[in-house]
Design a protein around this ligand. Structure first.
Ligand SMILES: O=C[C@H](O)[C@H](O)[C@H](O)COP(=O)(O)O
Length: 395
């Protein structure tokens, strides 16, 4: 049924009032709720704003009238958020957890728009947190000591669990996707080491004929050290399958890559492959980018452009885009292509496809660590020894 002019006017007024009286957090919640429950958008939203809202809303689900962000309850109002914060800010031992741990603790169960900013503000306002000299209970003293000298065995156990998980994912991908007479793209990082080892085992045991296209100097060395055949992409454009790690994977198979600085060649190889398969441990599995990976989105830039590109990213999208500095060398990290890297720590959800295109268009940008619409399947090695699969055909 067509809407009469006065009905449109009424809706517009309601929308404007709605924007005016709700704060950002509540407005986002209501917008997502309206899209999911009734397919309704604010009337004055342009096509692109609707698109952004729709893709943000796709990260949520409606369950019994409540909104959930992954398995976390999405909180609507600041009062409710404050109550959730209070529930977690003080540990059962009476210890005030500080900014990061309070945010992680609250974030294990709840989500709201602006959560990081709010937890930081509330922790800074907390008298107990401001006054660390307040007398500690014996339990607090024990926890503090343990935090200072964490039992070594725990770290070893964690590292082992992570390594085992990487190996599980790598073996699953190599065993399922690599066949005789194929050209295989070899990614970079620590997870791919397990994949190359498995590939070498299979080549030897099954007498396979496999050609490997590297994505970095590390990958080239790895292929070589494992007795596999290295070929150049210039002569082997037809890559059957590319296997690579990732720093983070969201629910729609968008990836952040480049934590080890190899994003550009990785993206070229992935885009030339008939299928691009990602291997990762359970820590990389996120419902939204930025949830697990806090080091930001890498952007490779030619050296003279790093300041203008950093400013352009910050002014268009907020957050901070900082030059990556080397650890065991003075000065910035230099990529295999002789370029610099910016790490952009964003502070809100974005339409990643649009952001990727905009950043790529900035003069001096070589590529970004956002891999959108490239991954066909991700294998996550899990802590319990299983492998979780996220496949683009099953989204
Ligand atoms: O630049 C590095 C690559 O994009 C890696 O694939 C990514 O950082 C994941 O590395 P890892 O397997 O070590 O977690």
């Amino acid at each position: 049924m067509p809407l009469y002019r006065n009905q449109w006017r009424q809706m517009l007024i309601e929308d404007l009032l709605f924007i005016r009286f709700l704060d950002d957090m509540e407005r986002k919640w209501v917008e997502v709720f309206n899209v999911l429950s009734a397919g309704l958008y604010p009337v004055f939203y342009s096509k692109s704003k609707r698109y952004t809202l729709r893709s943000y809303a796709s990260k949520f689900t409606l369950q019994g009238g409540e909104l959930f962000y992954g398995d976390k309850k999405a909180i609507k109002s600041r009062e409710e958020a404050r109550a959730c914060f209070d529930e977690f800010h003080v540990s059962p031992d009476g210890k005030h957890l500080g900014i990061t741990r309070s945010r992680d603790a609250v974030g294990s169960k709840y989500y709201w728009f602006g959560m990081s900013r709010d937890t930081e503000k509330w922790v800074l306002e907390c008298d107990k947190c401001k006054n660390p000299a307040a007398p500690l209970t014996p339990a607090q003293i024990r926890i503090k000591k343990e935090a200072r000298n964490p039992p070594k065995i725990k770290r070893g156990v964690l590292n082992k669990a992570v390594e085992d998980a990487k190996k599980l994912a790598a073996y699953a991908a190599v065993d399922y996707h690599v066949k005789d007479n194929q050209t295989v793209g070899i990614g970079s990082g620590s997870t791919i080491i397990h994949a190359v080892k498995r590939l070498a085992e299979r080549v030897k045991a099954e007498n396979l004929n496999i050609l490997c296209v590297p994505t970095s100097s590390q990958a080239r060395q790895l292929i070589h050290d494992n007795g596999l055949t290295v070929v150049d992409i210039k002569r082997h454009l037809e890559i059957d399958v590319a296997i690579d790690g990732a720093d983070e994977v969201d629910s729609e198979l968008n990836l952040i890559k480049g934590g080890g600085g190899c994003l550009t060649q990785e993206k070229i190889v992935a885009s030339c492959a008939k299928s691009f398969i990602v291997i990762a441990d359970y820590r990389k599995d996120s419902s939204a980018l930025g949830e697990q990976w806090k080091k930001g989105i890498p952007v490779e830039v030619i050296p003279m452009a790093y300041v203008p590109v950093s400013r352009a990213i910050q002014s268009q999208f907020g957050g901070s885009a900082d030059l990556r500095m080397a650890v065991s060398k003075a000065g910035p990290v230099v990529t295999d292509n002789g370029n610099f890297l910016l790490d952009w720590r964003f502070d809100q959800e974005h339409n990643w496809s649009a952001v990727n295109t905009t950043i790529k268009m900035m003069p001096g940008v070589v590529d970004t660590g956002l891999f959108i619409n490239l991954a066909e399947r991700v294998y996550f090695g899990m802590e319990d020894g299983t492998v979780k699969i996220r496949d683009k055909n099953m989204l």
